[in-house]
Design a protein around this ligand. Structure first.
Ligand code: ZN
Ligand code: ZN
Length: 348
């Protein structure tokens, strides 16, 4: 679904990438469904060589009512392009194309029907020329080249580590995940070539930690720090949980830019107005001394966003009730826990 909005996409500059969250959430559960005229599931086997799929034939026309095509058909067309250019061989299977991410991510109990720009593809062993042709497939919005192994987290592990990012080869990498909790839903946008990919199974566990804290009487009315905020998911969810002040921090500039975007895109749900305090384009990729980037306030909640090293943030902001520490799995989060603070530190 393309939503016209006044928020311009930081990756491509277009106005169709970022929609007000309310519109998206209203349409979410029908967005990827087959209409009554859509073809039935093509049942393409994902683990057989493509030459067999071609021999058996598949219908890759769009539904003449809703214009959608099944995910497997789009992936089969992508594989045909890759084989034509020699970056996959004729024995390649649909599994070998790469990782498809729907542009508006949400848990689906069925294979999605895709329309224009509904898919971002992450692939190994691919170049700009192939990627340029792949984005000519109408459903494919962007193609990202995976660098390193799938297990390597995208972003920075610590302020002294080299950033690990994927490479956007063609199109735009902006997508969002709809994050649901007992407090409400948010659309969390990500520059996906530079932000860790969280698959659905990971984030509900983190949200459950917040829900448990809430049930124990925390978060509501509290000052909460989200120390490694990434695109802002947990901190912004704490706003919905009733926190009176949420302080978000990250050392990675892309995380700060995405968090700003997420405050803006979800401002109606969060009930806040955003005020930017610095020009983010002048910020270094990795922050050190905490810089106060933005301030937002509204319905009984204040949000402050900092770019910098978490350890230095705690030297500046020491009055808090709960501090969330959500590092990458390969980082020892316990190393960031301080015992001498007045607040409670929670490793997510
Ligand atoms: Zn874009
Ligand atoms: Zn249809």
């Amino acid at each position: 679904m393309t939503v016209e909005t006044s928020i311009h996409c930081p990756t491509c500059g277009g106005s169709g990438c970022i929609g007000p969250s309310g519109n998206i959430l209203d349409n979410l559960y029908t967005m990827y469904m087959a209409c009554s005229d859509c073809q039935t599931d093509p049942k393409i086997q994902k683990d057989v060589p493509f030459w067999i799929i071609k021999q058996e034939g598949y219908d890759n026309t769009q539904c003449n009512n809703c214009g959608a095509r099944h995910l497997d058909i789009v992936m089969a067309d992508a594989l045909a392009v890759m084989i034509k250019h020699g970056c996959r061989n004729n024995e390649a299977r649909l599994f070998d194309v790469g990782t498809p991410l729907i542009t508006i991510g949400c848990p689906l109990a069925f294979a999605p029907r895709l329309k224009t720009d509904n898919l971002i593809l992450i692939a190994d062993n691919i170049d700009r020329q192939v990627a340029g042709e792949l984005v000519n497939i109408p459903e494919i919005k962007g193609v990202i080249k995976r660098i390193g192994t799938p297990a390597q987290s995208v972003g920075i592990l610590d302020t002294d580590s080299e950033p690990h990012t994927y490479e956007l080869l063609a199109g735009c990498d902006m997508r969002c995940d709809v994050v649901a909790s007992g407090f409400g839903e948010l659309c969390i946008y990500k520059s996906q070539s530079k932000i860790h990919i969280e698959f659905g199974r990971e984030s509900p566990e983190k949200i459950q930690v917040l829900e448990r804290l809430y049930m124990q009487g925390h978060l509501a009315g509290e000052i909460v720090i989200d120390g490694f905020c990434g695109p802002g998911t947990l901190g912004l969810m704490c706003v919905l949980a009733g926190a009176k002040h949420v302080i978000l921090n990250d050392a990675w500039k892309t995380a700060i830019e995405n968090t700003l975007l997420n405050i803006e895109a979800n401002k109606d749900i969060l009930g806040v107005e955003l005020e930017k305090l610095v020009d983010t384009s002048t910020m270094p990729d990795i922050g050190d001394e905490p810089v106060h980037v933005a301030h937002a306030k509204g319905n009984g909640c204040v949000i402050d966003l900092f770019h910098g090293d978490f350890r230095k943030l705690l030297e500046v902001v020491d009055d808090f009730d709960t501090c969330l520490i959500d590092t990458y799995p390969s980082v020892n989060a316990a190393g960031f826990v301080k015992d001498d603070t007045g607040g409670r530190m929670v490793i997510i």
